[in-house]
Design a protein around this ligand. Structure first.
Ligand code: HEC
Ligand code: HEC
Length: 329
C-alpha cells in the first residue's frame, strides 16, 4: 500500500537532485565523499609531515600551502637546499578533478603523482626507502598504517595511497558561482554575471569548462599569438618529443584562481586582470576592453569556494631510531 507513495517520493528527490542547470558549460563542485576516514587522517598527517624530505623541513604543504589556496604564491617553488624550481606550483585544491597530474600530465593520478616530489632532488630531495624508514621508526605511524592497510610493514605504495585519499577531500564546493548555478540568482551581482556571459561569449569555455573550469584537456599556450617567456618548459612535447605538443599544457583549473597567483606555468603574471588580457589575446585573438576584463575578473573571483577546514594535524614525534634530517646538505 505504501509502495506508490514511496516511488513518487523517490522520483521527486532524484529529479531535484539532478536539476542543476545542465545547459551551462560549468558544473558545481561536489563535496568530498569520505569512505575511509582513518586513511584520510593518515594522508593528512603525511601531507603536513616535513620528515618526508631530506632536510626535515619541506612538506607537501610547503609548496601547496592550504592556507594559501593550495599553492605557494611564488613564480616557481623553493626546493631542497633553496633550489629554484622549474615551474609554477599548481594548486592541490580540486586536483582530483584533473584528467592527469602535472602541467604536462606525466602522472596519471594523484597516487602516482605523490611519489614524485619526495624523491625529486629539486623538491624534497629524499628517497622513497628513507622516507619509509622514517615512518617505520615512529610507533604511532606504524600503528596508523597497520590500522588502515592491515600489513606489518609500511611501503611507499601505502604512503602515496594515503596522501591521495587526503587530497581527494581537498575540494572547494559552494562558491558563489556554484550557488548561482544551483538556482540562487542573487548569488552573483550584475558585473559578475556580465563577466560570466563574456567568459562564454568570447570562448574561454572552449578550454575552461566542467566542474573544475579547466583540468580536463591539454591545450597550446599561445594558440593565436606565441607566449613570450624565459621559462624553458615545453609542455607535453617534453614527454612525447612531438613538435605538435610544444607549449601544450594542462589547462589549469580556474577554481580559487583569485588565491593562486602568480599565473601561468612560469608564474610571470601576478595580476589576474593581466592574465585575463593575455588569455584573450593569445588564445582567442581578442583585445578586450578594460571594463570587459574587469567583469571577467569579477566573475573569476566568484569561483572561490569553501576552503578545506580541519584541525591542524599533530604529528607523532621521532624516536631514537628515526634517521636524522639533513637540512644543510
Ligand atoms: C618544492 C615544492 C613542492 C613540494 C615539496 C611538493 N610539490 Fe607538488 N608540485 C610542485 C610543482 C612545482 C608542481 C608542478 C610540477 C610540474 O607540473 O612539472 C607540483 C605538482 C603537484 C600536483 C599536480 C597538480 C596539477 O594540477 O597538476 C599535485 C597533486 C602535487 N604537486 C601534490 C604534492 C604532494 C602530495 C606533495 C608531497 C608529497 C608535493 N606535491 C610536494 C611543487 C611541490
Ligand atoms: C585554447 C584554450 C584556452 C582558451 C580559449 C582560454 N584558455 Fe585560459 N588557459 C589555457 C591554458 C593552456 C593555460 C595555461 C597556460 C600556461 O600556463 O602556460 C591557461 C591559463 C589561464 C589562466 C591562469 C591560471 C593559472 O592558475 O595559472 C587564467 C586566469 C585563464 N587561463 C583565463 C582564461 C580566460 C579568462 C579565457 C578567455 C578570455 C581563457 N583563459 C581562454 C587555455 C585556454
Amino acid at each position: 500500500m505504501f509502495k506508490p507513495v514511496m516511488l513518487a517520493l523517490s522520483l521527486t528527490v532524484s529529479a531535484s537532485a539532478f536539476a542543476a542547470p545542465s545547459n551551462e558549460p560549468i558544473q558545481p563542485i561536489q563535496p568530498a565523499k569520505v569512505t575511509n576516514q582513518a586513511k584520510v587522517e593518515l594522508g593528512k598527517q603525511l601531507f603536513f609531515d616535513p620528515r618526508l624530505s631530506k632536510s626535515g623541513f619541506i612538506s607537501c604543504n610547503s609548496c601547496h600551502n592550504l592556507s594559501m589556496g593550495g599553492s605557494d604564491n611564488l613564480p616557481s617553488s623553493i626546493g631542497h637546499n633553496w633550489q629554484q624550481g622549474p615551474i609554477n606550483s599548481p594548486t592541490v585544491l580540486n586536483s582530483s578533478l584533473n584528467l592527469a597530474q602535472f602541467w604536462d600530465g606525466r602522472a596519471a593520478d594523484l597516487k602516482e603523482q605523490a611519489g614524485g616530489p619526495i624523491a625529486n632532488p629539486m623538491e624534497m630531495g629524499f628517497t622513497h626507502t628513507l622516507a619509509v624508514d622514517v615512518l617505520q621508526s615512529i610507533p604511532q605511524y606504524r600503528e596508523s598504517f597497520k590500522k588502515v592497510y592491515g600489513k606489518n610493514a609500511i611501503d611507499i605504495d601505502q604512503v602515496t595511497d594515503a596522501i591521495a585519499a587526503f587530497e581527494e577531500t581537498l575540494v572547494t564546493p559552494n562558491s558563489r558561482f556554484d550557488q548561482w548555478l544551483k538556482g540562487d540568482k542573487k548569488a552573483l551581482n550584475k558585473d559578475e554575471l556580465a563577466g560570466y556571459q563574456l567568459f562564454k561569449d568570447v570562448g574561454c569555455t572552449a578550454c575552461h569548462n566542467g566542474s573544475a573550469v579547466g583540468g580536463n584537456s591539454f591545450q597550446k599556450m599561445g594558440l593565436v599569438e606565441p607566449y613570450a617567456t624565459q621559462n624553458p618548459a615545453e609542455g607535453v612535447a617534453g614527454l612525447t618529443g612531438n613538435d605538435a605538443d610544444r607549449m601544450k599544457f594542462k589547462v589549469p583549473t580556474l577554481r580559487n584562481v583569485e588565491l593562486t597567483y602568480p599565473y601561468f606555468h612560469d608564474g610571470a603574471y601576478w595580476n589576474l586582470e593581466e592574465a585575463v588580457d593575455v588569455m584573450a589575446r593569445l588564445q582567442l585573438g581578442r583585445k578586450l576592453e578594460q571594463k570587459q576584463i574587469a567583469q571577467i575578473t569579477a566573475f573569476l573571483k566568484t569561483l572561490t569556494g569553501e576552503q578545506p577546514s580541519f584541525a591542524l594535524p599533530i604529528l607523532p614525534p621521532s624516536t631514537a631510531k628515526t634517521p636524522r634530517p639533513q637540512p644543510f646538505n
